[in-house]
Write a protein that binds this ligand. Structure first.
Ligand code: PAF
Length: 323
């Protein structure tokens, strides 16, 4: 009887241990060989190193769980556990976050990283708790540049009427409209087919995306204008977050930080070598002169005033003033 009892106890304990090994769905828009893939691997490896087999991370790259908006909605209802995503649709969930999408706000990568890792960025992360998700950290894509099949873009006049895909992001949409382009917001999974079919002339993304998504195969011109910094976010569902104990939460935080380091390393690398790779694939590349860049900024003066009214001049000034 006692032996049977002991056996049952062992069986129960091992069943409980098996039940505790949770399967996590991690979705992201790009291929495994991308900054998101690098971030996802680092996330997964760190969780394993910290928590052993408690969680199994199943990767769904290349929009395998849908576009970024759908994936974030999946986090909200708990059908997706984790994502690495752009800021594309984030301001539809937490409007204040749109401040990071304001064109020409960040000077360079180190300025952006400093702000996102500092009090302003960290405070923004906490706002996601109110919308059914839990944001762990700010990752990175790099500065966005314009690609298209019509011609090199060097001045705002070159954008006139250009059918350019933007993310489903009201801040970007407003800027491209003010610049005289014909912007079309579109979810990422539709972009490459739309470029192939000629439904749009161009799109804009950082080198990390242009290289990893092989946009050189469907786009002829790359104009290095760096019009806006593109953060990424590492986020889990609130359902998952609330189910974790303190040790597990600390491990997830660590995994989020490791994902950020891996993403930024990827970006640093592609910033150094990506243009050569794309030229070798046949893309025609031009870089904006400081005067031409200024011309883009001048054209955005009115919408800048609108951004200040929307996000607060004080906040925008303090981001600009951050060292
Ligand atoms: O352009 C976008 O929608 C995003 O930058 C992308 C490519 C989905 C990466 O998050």
């Amino acid at each position: 009887m006692t032996r049977h009892f002991a056996l049952a106890a062992v069986l129960l304990a091992s069943t409980a241990a098996m039940a505790a090994a949770a399967d996590l769905k991690l979705g992201y828009a790009l291929a495994e060989d991308s900054h998101y893939g690098a971030g996802a691997r680092a996330f997964d490896e760190t969780l394993k190193a910290e928590l052993g087999d408690a969680f199994t991370v199943r990767h769904f790259p290349s929009s395998g769980l849908g576009g970024e908006r759908e994936v974030i909605e999946g986090l909200q209802i708990g059908t997706v556990d984790a994502t690495i995503a752009s800021s594309g649709t984030l301001s539809n969930f937490v409007p204040e976050v749109g401040v990071f999408d304001v064109p020409f706000l960040f000077r360079d990568l180190s300025h952006a990283r400093g702000v996102l890792d500092g009090p302003i960025g960290q405070e923004m992360l906490t706002k996601f708790d109110a919308v059914g998700t839990h944001a762990l950290a700010w990752g990175e894509q790099g500065f966005r540049h314009i690609t298209n099949n019509r011609g090199a873009v060097a001045t705002p006049a070159d954008l006139a009427g250009l059918k350019i895909r933007t993310m489903e992001n009201p801040v970007h949409l407003k800027a491209f409209t003010a610049l005289g382009a014909a912007p079309t917001p579109m979810a990422w999974p539709e972009v490459i087919p739309a470029l192939e079919q000629g439904a749009i002339d161009g799109q804009e993304n950082p080198l990390s995306v242009i290289v990893s998504a092989k946009l050189g195969e469907v786009q002829k011109y790359l104009s290095l204008d760096g019009h806006v910094y593109s953060p990424a976010i590492v986020m889990v569902s609130q359902k998952l977050w609330d189910s974790l104990d303190d040790t597990q939460k600390a491990a997830f935080e660590k995994a989020g930080d490791a994902a950020v380091v891996a993403m930024r390393d990827y970006v640093d690398n592609v910033e150094a070598q990506g243009v050569e790779t794309l030229k070798a694939q046949g893309m025609q590349v031009n870089t904006l002169t400081p005067e031409d860049r200024q011309a883009f900024q001048d054209k955005l003066a009115d919408v800048y005033a609108e951004y200040e009214a929307q996000f607060g001049k004080e906040l925008m000034d303090s981001i600009i003033a951050s060292k």
